[in-house]
Design a protein around this ligand. Structure first.
Ligand code: SF4
Length: 372
């Protein structure tokens, strides 16, 4: 059970008073620090939801909930990293390991374009043999063939490609951008606190490196999203510290378009004894992220990890975007999670929440509003 170290010694009455004051502070638009944010996990759920929804309404007064038509393409499951929370990767040479042929990647993008999809998310394991040339050729060919936005490669992949190619992060990002990479997804962050990262993914890039990749991308004019996977045995303080560090970089760079928190799915991983975070925990984490991250426009609710019904409820807890109609998802599928979402489902969920569905592109430009 995540703990709030600094407040555990507080008397109940003092704690309730402190929470009330923090809710008032946040309601008046003042920023919260790590300890104030962590204490909010003990606030009544519906108060938190109302506050987060008020922040959302201030930022998005039109009452829309956006979504994107995208496709995830997991081009390889071969990975030298072996994170304990991952059920997707295979060691090099293992049975069922694969590197997807290029023509298969192109076929998948063609199918996406045929249904009006605009975003392709190409992500995979840290393959020991792939250098920057592989990705440059792939992205150039995709841009030549299809009118899609390449929102691809997480920070650990960028760092790994740089290492495999003997390049700096900056050189790697510049070359990938000129080959067609448009923006970076925020994956690989998990909890951006090294004590947690060392425990669950000791071979993966540290928190500082994740921020270095993002800061460099933003400086070069490439936008990204930021994510958080919670339920990895971290404390509430760790979760809020993660949010505050992202807020600090956003103050400097302005490069994060959205924040996407989701709960850890332990099935088939080395951490399978971990408890799956509950719905209340998810809603509180989402609401607190909306309150803390006052400088990030969009907060996603996640139907892939949380299920459709909870994702719908999350629209009243600070979320203004419900992610994508994903044509394919292999990483979470390997943990046993399988949800499908069609356009009609998304429209029904959003309308059922009393909001107006709007199709967007990766840059959050509205392409179509479904207001009837
Ligand atoms: S999470 Fe990514 S880096 Fe970690 S083992 Fe899985 S594929 Fe590899």
């Amino acid at each position: 059970m995540p703990g709030i170290k600094i407040y555990t010694v507080m008397k109940m009455k003092d704690k309730a008073k402190a929470i009330e004051e923090i809710l008032y502070t946040a309601g008046s638009g003042e920023r919260l620090d790590v300890y104030q944010g962590a204490l909010l996990f003990d606030a009544p759920l519906l108060y938190l939801g109302a506050l987060a929804d008020a922040v959302r309404q201030r930022l998005h007064p039109l009452n829309t909930v956006t979504f994107v038509k995208d496709r995830n393409i997991s081009y390889t499951n071969i990975c030298v990293c072996g994170c304990k929370f991952c059920a997707f990767f295979k060691a090099p040479g293992a049975n069922n390991s694969y590197l997807m042929p290029r023509e298969e990647i192109f076929k998948k993008i063609e199918e996406l374009v045929l249904i009006g999809g605009t975003q392709v998310m190409i992500q995979g394991g840290l393959h020991p043999d792939l250098t920057i040339e592989y990705f440059e050729e792939l992205f150039r060919e995709i841009k030549k063939r299809f009118p899609v936005y390449i929102h691809s490669l997480s920070a650990p992949e960028i760092d790994h490609i740089a290492g495999n190619s003997g390049l700096s992060i900056e050189e790697t990002l510049k070359r990938l951008a000129s080959a067609g990479l448009d923006s970076l997804p925020g994956g690989g962050a998990e909890i951006l606190v090294d004590e947690v990262k060392k425990r669950v993914s000791p071979k993966k890039l540290c928190a500082g490196k994740w921020f270095e990749v993002m800061e460099t991308a933003h400086r070069l004019g490439m936008k990204s999203t930021a994510t958080m996977v919670f339920g990895l045995g971290e404390s509430y303080e760790d979760r809020v510290r993660h949010m505050v560090l992202i807020r600090e970089l956003q103050d400097k760079s302005g490069g994060f378009r959205a924040f996407i928190p989701w709960s850890f799915s332990p099935g088939n991983t080395k951490l399978k004894e971990f408890e799956i975070p509950g719905g209340i925990d998810y809603l509180k984490t989402l609401a607190i992220s909306r309150i803390i991250l006052d400088n990030i426009s969009h907060i996603h609710s996640g139907w892939v990890t949380e299920g459709k019904k909870l994702a719908q409820v999350a629209l009243s807890f600070g979320a203004d975007d419900i992610g994508g109609i994903m044509m394919e998802e292999r990483v979470l599928k390997s943990t046993g999670i399988v949800y499908e979402m069609f356009e009609e489902d998304i429209l029904r969920l959003i309308k059922g929440a009393g909001r107006v569905p709007a199709l967007r592109d990766t840059e959050y430009n509205i392409l179509k509003v479904y207001d009837s």
